[in-house]
Design a protein around this ligand. Structure first.
Ligand SMILES: NC(=O)C1=CN([C@@H]2O[C@H](COP(=O)(O)OP(=O)(O)OC[C@H]3O[C@@H](n4cnc5c(N)ncnc54)[C@H](OP(=O)(O)O)[C@@H]3O)[C@@H](O)[C@H]2O)C=CC1
Ligand SMILES: O=C(CO)COP(=O)(O)O
Length: 344
């Protein structure tokens, strides 16, 4: 069994630490808050984020040098807006070889970088192809209760993905591998936008038909953008694609769904984000995806509509009307057509 550092002691960092601890690893959980590290070590609780007991083989640290001492792997699980800052600090103190895994879901506005690209830019001894992503339908609240969960780990270097698979896999946390890191990261990031939309739809009082439409047409536009950038279309039919879309669009655990729900009920974005107290990645990612869509000339009407609700104060009901009254078209022009072209 090995020693592993998890950077980020929010919901997901804590839940993934519990998976690793259940597998017998010694886990160093790093937080940027000294008081939080002390509370975790003294009370074996991290109540702001998860309502579970923290196993004794997880030790919390607030000093990064101590947290990474002697570890063989570093798992980065902070919100995407903190990735560069945390990796800069890590770069200053990391002086031995480790497997770098991240489990964050987002795209950086303006640069349009994925998380593995940001990490590689900040860690001087690591290239993009060295980094592993862990993604899939996996709410921290259920993982921490050891409820059955499936995820995918992906890296250009499949050996690294297999190392990550072996670290995390157990009888309640099943881990698959994939070589398509582009598709896996984009699926995990872009589904948060559609989850905001599903929450808005529910908040407006629309029903299951509307939600099914959002999930399905949302998948079509995620695949359209992803494949235009070179992702394998099949990745969007897997766990980090349709799997994560289903779980985030239909679960009350989803912060993106919950934030969208409040927006649909008429609350203002700033108030919603303050009330959430946890990261709502879709808000930042929708800016990046909207920019991507404009620059690449990719049609993403749902993403555009959600961007307009969030940042142009458009009425969500008007956006639904806008979406429902678009020009008539064939359904099978997207993912299905791409798949047919590629595999027929
Ligand atoms: N929660 C989930 O079920 C899942 C989440 N994810 C992804 O994991 C990532 C992290 O999400 P999650 O843990 O849920 O988010 P939370 O909001 O629950 O926690 C975020 C944690 O990151 C810390 N943090 C924020 N900024 C910094 C910083 N600059 N330096 C160090 N630590 C920082 C926060 O500290 P503080 O307490 O000070 O705010 C907090 O501990 C996101 O990209 C999310 O999409 C992926 C799969 C499942
Ligand atoms: O990515 C997640 C589940 O797979 C978590 O989604 P939220 O960030 O919306 O809670």
């Amino acid at each position: 069994m090995t020693k592993i550092a998890v950077l980020g002691a929010g919901s997901w960092g804590t839940a993934l630490s519990i998976v690793l601890a259940d597998n017998g690893h010694e886990v160093n959980l790093w937080t940027h808050r000294k008081d939080q590290a002390a509370i975790i070590n003294e009370t074996r609780r991290n109540d702001k984020y998860l309502d579970v007991e923290i196993p004794s083989n997880i030790k919390a640290y607030d000093i990064l040098t101590e947290a990474i001492d002697g570890v063989t792997a570093v798992v980065i699980v902070v919100p995407t807006k903190a990735i560069r800052e945390v990796c800069k600090s890590l770069n200053d103190v990391l002086n031995h070889d480790v497997t770098i895994i991240h489990a964050s879901k987002g795209i950086e506005p303006v640069t349009l970088k994925r998380v593995s690209q940001m990490i590689a830019e900040e860690l001087e001894n690591y290239k993009e192809e060295d980094i592993v992503v862990l993604s899939g339908p996996s709410h921290a609240e259920e993982v921490a209760l050891r409820q059955p969960t499936t995820v995918t780990v992906s890296s250009v270097q499949m050996d690294n993905a297999k190392v990550a698979q072996d670290l995390f896999i157990n009888e309640s946390f099943r881990v698959y591998t994939s070589p398509d890191i582009l598709g896996i990261e984009l699926g995990g990031a872009l589904k948060n936008i559609i989850a905001l939309g599903a929450g808005i739809s529910d908040g407006l009082g629309y029903g299951d038909n509307a939600k099914a439409a959002l999930i399905t047409r949302g998948l079509a536009e995620i695949a359209r953008l992803g494949t235009s950038l070179g992702a394998n279309p099949l990745s969007f039919l897997g766990l980090p694609g349709v799997g994560d879309l289903i779980v985030t669009c239909t679960s009350v655990h989803s912060r993106n769904w919950r934030a969208g729900n409040l927006l649909g009920k008429g609350h203002k974005l700033d108030d919603v984000l303050e009330q959430m107290g946890m990261v709502v990645e879709g808000v930042r990612t929708v800016k990046a995806a909207y920019q991507f869509a404009e620059e690449q000339q990719v049609e993403m009407p749902i993403t555009k509509g959600i961007y307009q609700v969030l940042f142009e104060e458009k009425d969500p009901k008007d956006i639904v009307e806008q979406l429902m009254n678009r020009t008539k078209r064939e359904e099978m022009d997207d993912l299905a057509k791409l798949l047919m072209e590629r595999y027929s």
